[in-house]
Design a protein around this ligand. Structure first.
Ligand code: ADP
Ligand code: ZN
Length: 731
């Protein structure tokens, strides 16, 4: 049970949890007027005032007279007990300190500020009295988003100028400065509007989901169906049912890039746009979404994983679209899986979860097998469409010149599509121009100076980029290792280089590249996607970005350049990921009236994973994978945790790792085994060396308390950081 909501009379001692890095709540005195559990308050902490949440009974270490008083109760609805319960359970599950977990729920800029006091900035109607390049940057940034309002520093950051430049533009009216308006309501969505008439299997699935929602209780359903089978249409019915019952619904999408298309669809279905929550949303808009979600006025929220930490007043449904997507795992700061947290939050709120996917994660599939999740399958593609025909191209038999990657067989297939007026997709899951930049004089590769990673050439951006830390550098003219000039060569293909090859092979064709680096904003990407969808390209060259969700009705051929790419390395999840990605991307081909074809270039056509992709027998594949994982005792059939220790000095990191490995008494007790320390999958990031221990335990073992006690027993040097990743992505 979570904390009970109760009222604390004036002067009573109460616990207040703040987002400060303290390990527990502190005691304060309730204000005149009293206070209820979950209320947002301002409290003194040392010389400062900080934000906090009333978190139940005081610990009582101090007499009431000694306690400092709560200064102010904010005018926002209190945090409900299901939400507090969720924060506590999520913190315990991920071994995150409670304040750090709470901080995820308080990412509301200006929370607690009195409306009307703060200033916001937007596009004005005046012209600048004096034009400078810096001023122009501000105007350009605002013209991109003419209806948005920004905080001062936010706008300055966006334009890449100092705040004084923005201020300087206000006098002429080129930039509009105004008091922050009271948050406007979101336009009402109408759940009673009729959706598309559903096909029989869709209707059956929608009925089943409606029945689940009618229970008013927690439950999770895995909604399976190949791309284009109409899953979105089905879960929108569940959203409608949830809203009709007066509860709020959340739809999580793995990428902001997908949001634009989805919002249009919601608008068509319910007559208005829902609230949005992701990194591309302005502070003013985020503040509004937070407040309206707390009031219950925002009925449908579409967002990224952080939307799980919004203060819903009455959450009835969470849809996790593309539930298998690895980007749902937060790999920075608090390490959590949004899919698992969605299930946890729903169980606290008495809400339903729908996990929608064409290629379920082994975890969700296994939970459905165990009967923990319900399972709905859409068996056919919507309408007449059939799954694409899949075939491999055995690259050992193909004559391909050095520095080229498209086989003659694939080339002929593309030509046939061009003649037929249909689209082809050339897929390579590698951003940039070339993965390796090599010096032909000394043989060294250009590496990131602070990570164990190569610098990747991005010819479009004219820079080298480290895909680990994001650091970029201009393309060097001389080799950084030997100093010889003009000898740096691109090795291997990236998506930009594939576009070059495609353009050379098919000079008459219109070629479009879709890769996340090439689009500054979701809006620009959306425009490109729409242009392609309406026939504005003959050949699309793309990364993973195209594998997700976008509909290209004229696309009938998918050519995968390197189907083996994900199979290298020793990661136990490699097979699952490759299978999912190949299924997703080949599913892009073919629509209602045009059957599609997918051709997979491979050097290992007999590899079991490649064979499974061809036969398309997903159940058989999952059963086989499940058997192997069960035999190895790894997730989802065993518990796993990764402990990453990082330090600027590799020796120090290893010393800490070895000290942990020597003393595993508490873990032995619960039947856990410890492996390592070994260099982490990425052995150095941002100048810190990383070593990793893996802990494997039986499925029922109470792994969190044992891990907490274990790492608490070690003295960390000041420079060393330790993080625990429950259910790591790679093992
Ligand atoms: P999925 O989410 O499984 O990929 P979608 O729900 O996006 O599938 O449906 C694929 C396409 O078929 C979309 O363009 C959608 O508008 C259309 N569609 C799905 N169901 C119906 C229906 N019942 N009537 C008309 N069009 C539909
Ligand atoms: Zn780096």
């Amino acid at each position: 049970m979570g904390p009970m909501t109760r009222f604390h009379p004036p002067g009573a001692p109460v616990a207040v949890l703040t987002t400060q890095p303290l390990d527990r709540a502190l005691d304060y005195r309730a204000p005149t007027g009293g206070v209820e559990d979950g209320a947002f308050v301002e409290v003194p902490l040392g010389p400062r005032k900080v934000l906090g949440v009333v978190w139940g009974e005081a610990a009582g270490d101090w007499p009431v007279e000694k306690l400092r008083p709560i200064l102010r109760v904010l005018e926002v609805p209190a945090m409900g007990s299901p939400f507090r319960d969720f924060i506590e359970r999520a913190a315990a599950y991920t071994l995150t300190p409670l304040p750090a977990m709470l901080r995820l729920g308080l990412r509301a800029p200006g929370l607690g500020e009195v409306p009307g006091k703060r200033r916001v900035y937007g596009l004005g109607t005046g012209t600048p009295d004096r034009a400078t390049p810096a001023r122009q940057k501000v105007i350009d940034a605002l013209r991109d988003r003419p209806t948005d309002l920004f905080a001062l520093s936010e706008l300055a950051d966006l334009a890449g100028v100092s705040t004084s430049v923005v201020k300087g533009l206000c006098a002429s009216g080129a930039v509009l400065e105004q008091a922050m308006p009271r948050d406007a309501d979101f336009p009402p969505l109408d759940p009673a509007r009729a959706g598309k008439p559903l096909a029989p299997d869709q209707a059956e699935a929608a009925d089943a989901l409606r029945a689940e929602i009618a229970t008013g209780d927690y439950g999770t359903t895995l909604l399976r169906g190949v791309t284009g089978s109409g899953k979105t249409e089905v879960y929108l019915e569940a959203v409608a049912e949830c809203m009709a019952r007066g509860r709020q619904a959340l739809v999580l999408l793995p990428e902001i890039a997908l949001t634009a298309e989805f919002l249009t669809r919601v608008q068509a279905r319910f007559g208005a746009r829902p609230a949005e929550w992701h990194s591309g949303v302005t502070q003013a808009e985020r503040r509004r979404t937070w407040a309206k979600t707390a009031e219950g006025q925002a009925r449908l929220i579409v967002g990224a994983r952080s939307a799980l930490f919004l203060p819903y007043r009455d959450l009835g449904l969470i849809v996790v679209d593309e539930e298998h997507d690895t980007s749902y795992k937060q790999e920075d700061g608090v390490l959590y899986s949004a899919r698992d947290m969605a299930v946890l939050r729903a169980s606290c709120e008495g809400a339903q979860v729908v996990l929608a996917t064409a290629t379920p994660s082994l975890e969700s599939w296994a939970n459905a097998e165990l009967g923990k999740y319900k399972r709905l399958d859409l068996t056919s593609r919507f309408g007449e469409a059939v799954l694409p025909k899949l075939a491999t191209i055995d690259m050992r038999d193909e004559a391909v010149a050095g520095g080229r990657w498209i086989s003659p067989t694939l080339k002929r297939a593309v030509e046939a599509r061009i003649i037929a007026g249909e689209q082809s997709l050339i897929f390579l899951n590698r951003r940039g121009y070339a993965p390796v930049t090599l010096c032909r004089a000394c043989g060294q590769q250009v590496a990131c100076h602070q990570c164990d990673a190569r610098m990747v050439e991005h010819r479009f951006l004219k820079r080298l980029m480290c895909h680990q830390c994001g650091e970029t550098a201009p393309m060097p003219e001389v080799c950084p290792s030997c100093g010889v000039e003009g000898k740096l060569a691109a090795v291997g293909p990236g998506v930009e280089r594939m576009a070059e090859e495609v353009t050379a092979l098919f000079p008459e064709a219109r070629v479009a590249i879709l890769s996340s680096d090439l689009f500054g904003s979701a809006r620009a990407l959306k425009a490109k996607v729409e242009e392609i969808a309406s026939g504005g390209a003959d050949i699309i060259v793309g990364t993973q970005l195209v594998a997700k969700g976008h509909n290209f009705p004229k696309l009938t051929l998918v050519g995968v350049i390197d189907a083996d790419l994900g199979l290298q390395g020793s990661d136990l999840r490699a097979a699952e990921r490759t299978f999912q990605l190949m299924r997703q991307v080949s599913g892009r081909a073919g629509r209602a009236d045009k059957p599609g074809q997918a051709l997979l270039q491979t050097y290992q056509p007999d590899h079991p994973v490649i064979r499974a992709i061809l036969t398309g027998d997903e159940e058989a594949f999952l059963r086989e994978e499940a058997a192997q994982r069960r035999a190895a005792g790894v997730p989802p059939y065993g518990r796993m945790a990764g402990i990453v220790i990082s330090d600027p000095d590799a020796g120090v990191a290893f010393d800490v790792g070895n000290a942990l490995a020597r003393n595993t008494a508490g873990l032995d007790e619960i039947g856990a085994e410890v492996y390592g320390p070994a260099p982490a999958p990425i052995a150095r990031i941002r100048g810190r060396h990383r070593v990793r221990l893996l802990v494997k335990a039986p499925r029922q073992a109470p792994i969190q308390p044992a891990l907490a006690a274990w790492v608490a027993g070690i003295d960390l040097p000041r420079s060393t950081r330790l993080s625990i990743d429950i259910d790591p992505q790679s093992f």
